[in-house]
Design a protein around this ligand. Structure first.
Ligand code: NAP
Length: 339
């Protein structure tokens, strides 16, 4: 590994993903500036940044070692920007980056959904925006405490400038794989993210939710519709779990004792883990439902297919502020019209 990183990094949208990945990079020796909201930054000022993971890893970065800002600092010249806001904030974030950063600055979208890099690029045409993919789940366990609760390898669209960063991601304990075409991985991730709506409406931790068959039947129905839309559109999603995407609905519908055995690696999830959509609902923030289930509905419609289950669950998530009612598994299954 070279003695010095390619340059400083900027996390735009310091939340679960931004604090975890940015914190790991800083722990490996990369100077990182975190741009985020007062709520998050004040917690970091008070407690520092503690990073943990389900493999037992732990790092603590003292508060006075953190560069924290509510806006992009004047004269900031990062060699790498990690775009870590939720999908609904992408356009505005990209426009802010475009106003402050030098033309050609490398920006990697670490967001879920398949279109964020394109949206960011459209709003920041002078910057070099690349798609990224975060396969694991990160939760905020305490103020300033972020925990990687599942496993997986970070991925991004290949770019010569990103190759120089790979040793630093590896040293940070968050290796980054580069792909000539990230699209199949983004669709593969979207398939798994369809469960975010189920998890958010369940009000339960991810592992507990996945161990209830009626919730899995809901997830399977969402995936069925997505797979049909993918086939019609000629999209082949990448395999991100030990199971191939086409086998997911069948395995999810298995009785729970069998599911536990077949999907043991899929269930390697901390009991603490929940999806960020669940946090969004509980904090009254906008969700990414439009970039997830909404994307399936659009793709299905564009290919002349219905996607009623994705459509219905998106309605339930959008209705949450008026109807904030966690659903038990049988209720959610019934509300989605799944016999
Ligand atoms: N958490 C996970 O486990 C996980 C895993 C894989 C991928 N992802 C994806 O990663 C992305 C980020 O997720 P997350 O869970 O890290 O979200 P998060 O915890 O909500 O973090 C994003 C942060 O960015 C802030 N922000 C938005 N616009 C900003 C601006 N203009 N200036 C400063 N701060 C701004 C948000 O504040 P406000 O809330 O006030 O807008 C929020 O605090 C999403 O696309 C998500 O789907 C998440």
């Amino acid at each position: 590994m070279s003695a010095a990183p390619p340059g400083p990094a900027l996390v735009f949208g310091a939340g679960a993903v931004g604090c975890w990945i940015g914190g790991c990079l800083q722990a490996a020796g990369v100077p990182v500036t975190f741009v985020g909201r007062v709520r998050v930054l004040d917690a970091l000022r008070a407690h520092g940044l503690t990073l943990t993971d389900l493999d037992g890893g732990r790092h603590h970065l003292a508060a006075d070692s953190l560069q924290l800002s509510e806006a992009i600092p004047d004269g900031c010249r990062p060699a790498l920007v990690l775009l870590c806001v939720k999908s609904g904030a992408t356009a505005e974030a990209a426009a802010m980056l475009a106003r402050s950063l030098r033309a050609g600055t490398l920006v990697v979208s670490m967001q879920n959904g398949v279109n964020n890099a394109a949206i960011a690029q459209a709003h920041a045409q002078a910057l070099a925006v690349r798609a990224g993919m975060v396969p694991f789940n990160v939760v905020e366990l305490a103020p300033g405490g972020y925990h990687r609760a599942t496993s997986g390898t970070l991925a991004a669209q290949d770019d010569p400038a990103l190759r120089a960063w790979q040793p630093w991601f590896a040293a940070a304990g968050a290796p980054l794989q580069l792909h000539a075409d990230l699209t199949p991985l983004l669709w593969g991730k979207l398939l798994l993210n369809l469960n975010n709506a189920v998890n958010a409406l369940s009000g339960q931790p991810l592992r507990a939710q996945l161990l209830q068959r009626d919730y899995r039947v809901c997830m399977a129905a969402l995936i069925d519709e997505a797979l049909a839309a993918f086939r019609a559109a000629g999209i082949t999603p990448a395999r991100l779990t030990p199971l191939p995407p086409a086998a997911l609905p069948f395995v999810l519908r298995l009785p729970t004792p069998l599911f536990r055995r077949v999907a043991a690696r899929l269930l390697r999830i901390d009991a603490t883990s929940r999806t960020s959509m669940a946090d969004d609902l509980s904090r009254g923030r906008p969700t990414e439902i439009d970039a997830l289930c909404g994307e399936v509905v659009r793709l299905a419609k564009a290919n002349g297919l219905p996607a009623p289950v994705n459509e219905r669950i998106a309605e339930l998530v959008r209705a949450w502020p008026r109807d904030p009612r966690p659903r038990d598994a049988a209720t959610l299954r019934a509300e989605l019209g799944l016999a």
